[in-house]
Design a protein around this ligand. Structure first.
Ligand code: GAL
Length: 446
């Protein structure tokens, strides 16, 4: 497999997110986000860690982009921290925050790196959460204001935009399970949050398109290949329910198919939050759909799990190869996800906006020999190529992640980067996988 096999116009890149790398959580007029608040609560994050400093990308982005350039990486996906620009979520603008993103974008362009910007990667301004956050329908207006500001100010230099990062994860983990910010539980929070996120995903697209011509508009979804634990009917229907919930809830209304309530009845209460005309408002014709795919999940029936009546049989329980997130290494899953997604009519183009693996990378004599990550990436890229050769319109692959970073509730233990971060000294070291990727991008074997 060489880069050439993927064709000339294939977008190769790396992905990050503001909260996970920037640090500087209170600097230069930034307002707090729900994550800044959530990490303060005891017991929410492994070892009670936080991303107040993290990889300090806010202060070190120039050096990091120089490294990216040296690695020959042509596309960089990052997100904008909403509360750096609007400290209160809406209204007054923080010009120093705007300035940071201007410098970041300009430096990318100077280095011939194309920015791909995610508008919302989970760090809602805390001021908006205090007014209900995603459960308040007014979020559509707040979000419109924020998106339109970003396109007006950065759209002259940035063509590639993604509206949301994984709405199922931030509404499910943040408003139902309570394991991510803002830490709310209960379906009465989840349903309105999910519906408003689905509306914002389409509305964000409309705002981008109406503000400027020529934008490449997309949004991203977590997408996991799901299989039943056994051939028992109960396991099969449990797996189908989970698949409907996690893989279909947000993409189908966007495509005009509505919420998949027929295949998962417990999702029906979401319709209670629909207002007249919402089925149209949920739709938008994206230029591309970003898929973020890491693993396969095996689902078994469970009487005791309320509503879902299903449980995950983890990779370690099954004794199969896994990363240190306990995610099975199963490269074919990305192929199945691409094939299945491509069966929907009306998807213009697919892009793998995240794929990667976390291992506990040990530094030995200044080197990080992460052969397992290299093998993971190579195998997954091969499966992307397999799908492409079979006619799937997949136009890009972004590694999660460029540098090690704060992995949400898991803190700093999982390391996903092609570049190692020593959090004590902030020293950057390109890992073996990073060197391999660099050589791959040069089109030469390593
Ligand atoms: C995604 C998420 C990223 C990153 C990655 C690895 O769900 O968008 O922020 O954390 O998973 O877990």
């Amino acid at each position: 497999m060489t880069k050439r096999d993927f064709g000339e116009n294939f977008n190769w890149g790396v992905s990050t997110a503001a909260y996970q790398i920037e640090g500087a959580y209170m600097d230069d007029g930034k307002g707090l986000s729900i994550w800044d608040q959530f990490v303060r609560k005891k017991g929410k994050i492994l070892n009670n860690e936080n991303a107040n400093i993290s990889a300090d990308f806010y202060n070190r982005f120039e050096g990091d982009l120089a490294l990216m350039k040296a690695m020959g990486i042509p596309n960089f996906r990052f997100s904008i921290s909403w509360s750096r620009i609007f400290p209160e979520g809406t209204g007054k603008i923080n010009s120093r925050g705007v300035d940071f993103y201007n410098r970041l974008i300009d430096t990318c362009l100077e280095y011939n790196i194309q920015p791909w910007i995610t508008l919302y990667h989970w760090d809602l301004p805390l001021a908006l959460e205090k007014q209900g956050g995603w459960t308040n329908r007014a979020i559509i207006l707040w979000f419109e204001e924020y998106v339109s500001f970003c396109i007006r100010n950065f759209g002259d230099r940035v063509r590639n935009w993604m509206v949301l990062n994984e709405p199922m994860v931030f509404t499910g983990a943040g408003y139902f399970l309570g394991v991510h910010a803002p830490g709310r539980k209960r379906l009465s929070n989840f349903f309105p949050a999910a519906h408003h996120a689905a509306l914002c995903q389409a509305e964000g697209g409309r705002v981008i398109r109406s503000e400027r011509n020529g934008m490449n508009v997309g949004t991203t979804f977590s997408y996991t290949h799901i299989e039943p634990y056994s051939k028992r009917l109960k396991d099969i229907s449990s797996a189908a329910r989970i698949d409907t919930l996690v893989n279909r809830t947000f993409i189908e209304p966007l495509l005009g198919l509505g919420y998949p309530t027929k295949d998962f009845k417990s999702l029906s209460p979401i319709e209670k939050y629909m207002k007249e005309g919402d089925d149209k408002k949920l739709q938008f014709d994206m230029d591309f759909i970003g898929l973020q795919s890491y693993t396969r999940e095996i689902i078994k029936h469970s009487y005791i799990t309320p509503i879902l009546k299903a449980k995950l049989v983890t990779a370690s329980q099954r004794n199969v190869e896994h990363t240190n997130m306990n995610w099975e290494v199963y490269p074919e899953s990305i192929y199945h996800c691409l094939k299945r997604m491509s069966q929907y009519p009306n998807i213009a183009r697919l892009i793998i906006t995240e794929n990667g693996a976390s291992y506990s990378d040990l530094e030995v004599n200044g080197e990080i020999r992460d052969e397992t990550r290299k093998a993971y990436l190579e195998k997954h890229m091969n499966q992307v190529l397999r799908a492409k050769k079979e006619g799937v319109n997949v136009g890009g692959y972004f590694v999660w992640s460029f540098i090690d970073n704060f992995e949400w509730a898991e803190g700093y233990r999982p390391r996903f980067g092609l570049v190692h971060i020593d959090y004590l000294t902030q020293k950057r070291t390109i890992k073996y996988s990073g060197k391999w990727f660099k050589n791959f991008l040069k089109n030469s074997p390593y």
